[in-house]
Design a protein around this ligand. Sequence first.
Ligand code: AKB
Length: 316
Amino acid sequence: MEKVLVIGAGGQLGVELTLALREKFGSENVIASDIREPHVLLAESGPFIQLDVMNSNAVAAVVKKESITQIYLLAAILSATGEKNPLWAWDINMKSLMNVLDICVEHKVAKLYWPSSIAVFGNTTPKDDTPQKTVIEPTTVYGISKYAGELWCQYYFEKYGLDVRSMRYPGLISWKSAPGGGTTDYAIDIYIEALKKQSYECFLSEHTYLPMMYMDDAVRATLELMDAPKESIKNRMSYNLAAMSFSPKEISEAIQKRIPEFTISYAPDFRQKIADSWPSKIDDSDARADWGWKPEYDLEKMTDVMLEMLKTVNRI
Ligand code: AKB
């Protein structure tokens, strides 16, 4: 029987991934944890522990007491927030990973999931159809920490045989849980503001193409990667993962088809430079070949769901 610990479960991905893991393994077998108070959807659906991942002894105690077999380490400072306080972001992103890698080895945790990001890529990376293996010179502290983390994951796999798996997520778009300090967050704010005010001022310029993914695809990808037989995981750094690529202009046009009075204006800020250093479109053929990845949502399908769910469930 699997016993799962999700660290950073209160974040944008954490909430939805925890709910999916509870569905799969049974609520009582998936412990959500976060430094913050529990998100309402987590408190209602299973066990929750308030836990600071920087406190290695506290994490180890939970792993031991609960006989944890899988850890999902999702706690991280994202790109935009990280640039405001780089050393703090580096400390949290790296120390959390190193703590958990060591705990997994010491307590024989069978599997670790740790997300990476398209933020590992920088200005010198090919922008279109960015290959799995390419020049990697990240420009943000978040990207540097993710790239260093990928190498550490591979090191722990090779040196200690730890079954650690990872993917480079594009911008994730969801309606159940709020995003936290990313450069791609505009693609969520735009839906909320379209419903609230029928207008949106975008912090990126109109033709900034970025790789994006609807949350259901991201959660399914994570479960599929973790379920794949060990032999098929040929990449122990992090898999490129893709679903769609669009610009602020294109997402605004998709919204206008459904809300004709919606208008967008552009006021790029410091996040433009971050976005400009990232790929427009990712080649994820290794993920497709190794463990059968295939996205289900494109911009039109996602726009239908986002507007409908924000309106009916979140009552915006
Ligand atoms: C961010 O914008 O920082 C994140 C990411 C692409 O990893 N959403």
